[in-house]
Design a protein around this ligand. Structure first.
Ligand code: SF4
Ligand code: SF4
Length: 68
């Protein structure tokens, strides 16, 4: 199963990764504030991830790493 890791302190909550995920499993974690004061992105249902890495490619801040 693919794994998606977020370096959440780098995330600025721009939601680009959310917009490209074909499985719609990325969300902004409203319960978390990172060191920049943003709600960082995270994956909700990792078992639905297909490892396409669209999220990692589009992220402007290299927050996301996808392991297959
Ligand atoms: S690797 Fe693909 S399916 Fe998995 S979270 Fe990223 S965009 Fe969504
Ligand atoms: S694209 Fe990158 S910076 Fe933007 S919300 Fe997603 S992880 Fe955060």
């Amino acid at each position: 199963m693919p794994r998606v890791e977020f370096r959440e302190d780098r995330c600025k909550g721009c939601s680009l990764c959310i917009s490209v995920c074909p499985k719609k499993i990325i969300l902004l974690r409203e319960d978390v504030l990172n060191c920049k004061g943003f709600h960082p992105a995270g994956v909700d249902e990792m078992d639905k991830c297909i490892g396409c890495a669209f999220c990692a490619v589009i992220c402007p801040d290299s927050v996301i790493e996808v392991e297959k």
